[in-house]
Design a protein around this ligand. Structure first.
Ligand code: PAF
Length: 289
């Protein structure tokens, strides 16, 4: 089957009509484009679970703050379409801002996610998760997938989306796929290309520090101490740290500095800047690290 490129909801509905009529399962991989191997692993996961695979490419303005990188976010639609076709995607939804937000960006309804959207990345990017939840709900309503696949690198985003699905009782199976890494441990991200040569050389320290933090928690160091050491290591390596945290994946909100031990779902998370580039990453015990 050749790739259908749909720029409107009407085109998307037409492209999916036969699949729906035939009772096929539909998998969705939402992206902002500029695809790398991490995105393609999400496509493979959807392909393995569903009869029909839809990917979306939309750089969503409502999840960027006023001083963030919306304008310079890399946009490479031709290469993205070629890769998606080569990886067996059936349809790509590529709306523009007016199609995605018919009442205009300013008047678009936004979804608040109490608690979860206010901590970690949310504390440093006000409004970010409202923008993510809002656009993902729109994508869910437009595509009506059975399965939606997201990367675990954005673990807090994944938690927000799981909450969205639970709270609205959406009949969608949300799948979180492991982070794809470069050979030196750096989590793949479209934003890595902003890094200078010297920043790129420092960037893998983020993953190394998170791994050390998990090990220290397993050895019984109190979580607050582990985070203090982790923060210091990142600062020594030239990072400006937004946050360093240890949390159970089942509760990303509660901060428990006195806590000792390593529950099965323990995860070490951080966001930190090298120059003007903000990197995020996390390492989870459940991933066998
Ligand atoms: O993870 C991303 O690329 C985006 O946040 C998403 C889920 C496509 C929503 O714009």
């Amino acid at each position: 089957m050749t790739l259908s490129v749909c720029r409107s909801v009407a085109e998307l509905s037409a492209a999916l009509m036969a699949a729906r009529a035939g009772g096929q399962s539909i998998g969705l991989v939402p992206t902002m484009g500029n695809l790398h191997a991490g995105h393609l692993s999400l496509v493979a996961a959807a392909r393995g679970r569903c009869d029909t695979v839809v990917a979306s490419i939309f750089v969503n303005p409502t999840q960027f703050g006023p001083n963030e990188d919306f304008q310079r976010y890399p946009r490479t639609p031709e290469q993205d379409l070629a890769q998606l076709e080569a990886h067996g995607v059936d349809a790509v939804f590529m709306p523009d801002v007016d199609e995605m937000y018919p009442l205009g960006e300013r008047d678009a309804i936004r979804l608040e996610v109490p608690g979860l959207s206010e901590v970690l990345c949310g504390a440093h990017r006000p409004g970010h998760f409202a923008g993510v939840a809002s656009v993902v709900l729109r994508l869910f309503l437009d595509v009506r997938p059975d399965v939606a696949v997201f990367g675990r690198k954005d673990l807090q985003q994944l938690a927000v989306i799981r909450r969205l699905v639970e709270d609205f009782r959406l009949p969608i199976d949300v799948v979180g796929m492991p982070t794809c890494r470069e050979s030196d441990g750096l989590a793949m991200s479209s934003r890595n290309q902003y890094l200078s040569e010297s920043e790129r050389a420092q960037a893998p320290v983020l993953h190394a520090v998170l791994s050390q933090m998990l090990a220290a928690a397993q050895q019984g160091d109190p979580w607050g101490d582990v985070c203090t050491v982790g923060r210091q290591c990142l600062q020594d390596a030239g990072f400006k740290v937004d946050y360093v945290a240890l949390r159970p994946e089942s509760d990303l909100v509660s901060d428990e500095p006195q806590r000792i031990g390593a529950p099965d779902d323990l995860v070490a998370l951080a966001a930190a800047r090298l120059g003007s580039t903000r990197l995020i990453d996390n390492v989870a015990l459940s991933e066998g690290v």
